[in-house]
Write a protein that binds this ligand. Structure first.
Ligand code: FMN
Length: 180
């Protein structure tokens, strides 16, 4: 099972890339059979703001990079969204990336790792609502990271024991809900 870790912030000085790198490294350390991960960075993808002439659910993709993004998403079997909280919601980069394509998300389990000056819970609530409307499967696989400001001072994100345990549970839920 290939799991994409989708980096939901494109901001200068973002924490999202550090959290994504921790998720990838800690998942590799779990040494689970049949699990591969890839960090997919929305900053590198640099998708223009969606302005297509058809709703992506139609499968008509006429925007620059839209088919490329569809082909990329089609290759994964599950997703972990790294979802910062901005003004009690999730990031515009994630909303744009979700809106870009349709059927490529469908029937695949999605997990959410949120954070903010509190714990990212409002970001996670909102993105789950949108993800389920796209047909992503929700196995209730969530991690809420507290006090992100204090924890964004080093080059690497240092997870605590609850987050490490939470990640193992999250991956196990993705496996359970994955339909081969
Ligand atoms: C535009 C903006 C709005 C924010 N609003 C919230 C908020 O509503 N609640 C919260 O807990 N943190 C909020 N924060 C703090 C962010 O969650 C924190 O800066 C986090 O590191 C952002 O993720 P990123 O560094 O990966 O971009 C906000 C930050 C920004 C830049």
């Amino acid at each position: 099972m290939l799991i994409y870790i989708i980096v939901g912030s494109v901001r200068e000085g973002r924490t999202a890339i550090k959290v994504a790198n921790w998720v990838q490294q800690a998942t590799t350390e779990l040494a689970l059979k049949d699990i591969q991960t890839e960090v997919v960075d929305l900053k590198e993808w640099d998708l223009p703001l969606f302005a297509g002439s058809h709703p992506p659910a139609t499968g008509i993709y006429d925007q620059p990079k839209q088919q490329q993004w569809a082909d990329k998403i089609a290759q994964a079997q599950a997703f972990i969204f790294i979802s910062p909280e901005y003004n009690h919601g999730y990031s515009p980069a994630l909303k744009n990336a979700l809106d870009y394509v349709g059927k490529e998300w469908q029937g695949k389990p999605a997990a959410f790792i949120g954070y903010g000056s509190t714990n990212g819970s409002r970001s996670i609530s909102q993105i789950r609502q949108v993800a389920s409307s796209l047909g992503l499967v929700d196995p209730n696989a969530v991690i809420e990271i507290r006090d992100i400001f204090k924890r964004n001072k080093d080059d690497n994100f240092e997870a605590n024991e609850f987050e490490v345990k939470g990640l193992a549970a999250l991956i196990s839920k993705l496996q359970k809900y994955h339909i081969a």
